[in-house]
Design a binder for this molecule. Structure first.
Ligand code: OOG
Ligand code: NI
Length: 466
């Protein structure tokens, strides 16, 4: 019976996440501590907030929830990674250009592979933020470096044929027979293991002077999980608890401030990248042991997904925070970004109710046909009368600004970028074509989910249009 069973993409995805978590925990033991503390924090929130703790995802989902980050060097490598994720029901979603990111530009463009359907997300939302190097961008690399990078990348194999064939089969057949699934997972997880192939020190250091991320991609023979991120229900508690245990955390939590505001989008923090032993090949050909600091432990708290109008408002609040921070620091250099963000949020952040009424965030709707009183004919009156209630949709994507903030706090070298050179155009359409797969706009997914639930609620109430 066991070897007859057929493993669906959702199960491949769940097992993939568990296996990567085991792998990463064995490579970076501090990650295990982060996962333990996350579980404690989540239990505390469940105990104190009871049912409302699960508004943005059940505790089972949140406990299993991880995102990973990987980095690849070329469209070919990206399209191969896409086949592996495709087997697990994870599709390219969203486009992020980190080349102009503040406070730390990074020579990559990125997308996230994740499930799309709400049921799939509820069962296992595993997502992988995947960045691809842009060696053609002259602001970062010279022509000579570009050609050496391309030569280096063309000579390596990240994913072998057997793995890619199994991935394709899983995608076409909608799953794999049990034995094939085991083999697929062994090979897929193995592809993201830290390799002990010696690192060419001169080459790695040359790339590192451009960007630590460039060195991490183009200076080594294989790819690896850069970080694996658990989800917590209270990131301020997590931050304090990790510090109490003696972990050196980055300066602050990235993203919106904590406090009595609706949870918007995404808040993230991390412990600092740890030194890991690697073997280096020196210029004279000899081998030596050294250390690299590239892998860190990140953790996140997820909030409400914002509509484009809500996102504009969020971006304005962030910009206002930046402006005020500069002014404040002239007077008092100890003022933190979080202090200033709290002030701005105090003045401008809408309540959850307003986010819904002003269509600044995405919600699903539940009908209450037994609600007393006449059935009103407008959306907002249905909310007033209690015939419809709104539940926030959780943000399933990423914030480039937080990503860049995390890069910034973890890179020892700021790298270099020559702003006198022209950028090469690398937009979403280009990336989709290069990868050979469509990239889905996350807004389309949230909007469709919200619309479907509103239509179902209207039908239940017998309201034909609003
Ligand atoms: C990816 C950084 C982006 C996040 O959580 O924003 C990311 C990387 O470090 O390669 O994972
Ligand atoms: Ni991350």
């Amino acid at each position: 019976e066991a070897q007859m069973s057929f493993i669906l993409p959702v199960e491949l995805r769940a097992r993939f996440a568990v296996r990567l978590s085991e792998l990463y925990g064995s490579e970076v033991p501090a990650y295990n501590a982060l996962v333990d503390v996350s579980a404690e924090v989540n239990q505390r929130v469940m105990d104190t907030q009871k049912a409302s703790a699960e508004r943005l995802g059940t505790i089972d989902r949140v406990t299993a929830e991880r995102h990973g980050a990987i980095r690849v060097g070329s469209p070919e490598e990206l399209s191969q990674a896409a086949r592996i994720f495709g087997a697990c029901g994870m599709y390219p979603t969203g486009f992020y250009d980190l080349r102009d990111a503040y406070p730390q530009p990074v020579p990559v463009v990125s997308t996230a592979f994740r499930p799309h359907a709400p049921e799939e997300l509820a069962r296992n939302p595993f997502r992988v933020f995947t960045s691809m190097l842009i060696p053609e961008d002259r602001r970062f690399f010279s022509e000579d470096q570009e050609s050496r990078l391309k030569e280096f990348l063309a000579a390596r194999t990240l994913f072998d044929d057997e793995l890619l064939e199994l991935a394709d089969r899983a995608e076409v057949d909608g799953g794999l027979a049990s034995a094939d699934a085991d083999r697929f997972l062994d090979l897929a997880v193995g592809a993201f293991e830290l390799s002990d192939i010696p690192v060419d020190r001169a080459w790695y250091e040359e790339l590192g002077r451009v960007s630590g991320v460039a060195a991490d991609i183009g200076g080594v023979e294989s790819t690896h999980i850069n970080h694996l991120t658990p989800r917590v229900l209270d990131i301020d508690d997590l931050y304090a608890s990790m510090q109490e245990r003696g972990f050196e955390m980055i300066a602050e939590v990235q993203g919106p401030p904590g406090g009595d505001f609706p949870d918007l989008l995404l808040r993230q923090t991390s412990f600092r990248a740890l030194a890991e032993k690697r073997t280096f090949r020196e210029t004279d050909g000899s081998l030596s042991t050294g250390e690299l600091r590239v892998r860190f432990g990140e953790v996140e708290q997820r909030g409400i997904a914002l509509t484009p109008a809500g996102r504009d408002l969020y971006d304005e609040m962030v910009a206002e925070t930046d402006r005020r921070l500069v002014d404040r620091r002239r007077v008092d250099p100890r003022v933190t970004r979080v202090d200033v963000a709290r002030e701005v949020w105090e003045e401008r952040c809408p309540s959850e109710e307003e986010l819904c009424r002003r269509e600044l965030a995405y919600f699903t709707y539940t009908a209450h046909p037994d609600q007393k009183g006449p059935l009103p004919g407008t959306f907002s009156a249905l909310l007033d009368s209690g015939h419809i209630t709104a539940t926030p949709i959780v943000y399933e994507d990423f914030l480039p600004r937080s990503a860049a903030g995390i890069f910034d706090s973890n890179l020892t070298d700021r790298g270099s970028k020559d702003e006198s050179q022209n950028a090469i155009e690398r937009d979403e359409e280009w990336l989709a074509r290069a990868m050979g797969r469509a990239i889905t706009d996350p807004h389309d997914l949230y909007a469709a989910q919200s619309r479907a639930s509103l239509e179902a609620a209207m039908e239940k109430l017998g309201v034909s249009h609003l």
